[in-house]
Design a protein around this ligand. Structure first.
Ligand SMILES: [Zn+2]
Length: 173
């Protein structure tokens, strides 16, 4: 008998939870991914941010045309949503991404307080199409202690810490 992995059970549960509107928002994210593809913007990814059942931000990958490696679909949708609601917090929102978010986008999702991520195309399927994306590599790196990573984070000028933290505290009383 085939063993069912715990993640598979979870995936099935989430599939059951899917509402009709989820499909509508995902179709919109997929449409935006086609914009990225047709206009030569770079990799074909699209995304929408939704709050209270309404799209508050949309984006597609613009990395190539903007010469901006951070202009991923999710980042663009989050920037658009934040601008539209004049806030840096997206608490109470969910994001729909045509493909599973990369570590950079996922970090921004955490930073803005987005509460759920829906994706269509799994990350490993994307990476199989273009190994330069190295998404799995970054996730493995993040799991390591900072000094063991391929790109180490090295603390320097320890004598400057207290002085500067003292200044920052004025802004974070
Ligand atoms: Zn990304």
């Amino acid at each position: 008998m085939k063993r069912i992995h715990a993640n598979e059970i979870k995936k099935k549960r989430y599939r059951k939870e899917m509402k009709d509107t989820d499909a509508i928002f995902m179709v919109r994210a997929l449409e935006l991914s086609h914009v990225a593809l047709d206009d030569g913007h770079g990799h074909p990814f699209g995304s929408v941010v939704v709050r209270d059942g309404k799209i508050i931000g949309e984006g597609w990958n613009k990395a190539k045309v903007l010469h901006d490696p951070s202009a991923h679909a999710e980042v663009e949708a989050i920037r658009d949503a934040c601008k539209n609601i004049a806030s840096t917090s997206l608490a109470g929102s969910v994001i729909y991404a045509s493909a599973q978010p990369c570590p950079m986008c996922l970090s921004l999702i955490y930073l803005t307080g987005i509460e759920k991520v829906y994706y269509c195309i799994p990350g490993d399927t994307i990476e199989a199409m273009d190994s330069r994306l190295r998404v799995e590599h970054i996730y493995r790196e993040l799991a390591k202690p900072p000094l063991d990573r391929t790109i180490p984070e090295i603390p320097i000028l320890p004598e400057e810490v207290d002085k500067n933290v003292g200044r920052y505290k004025v802004h974070y009383p």
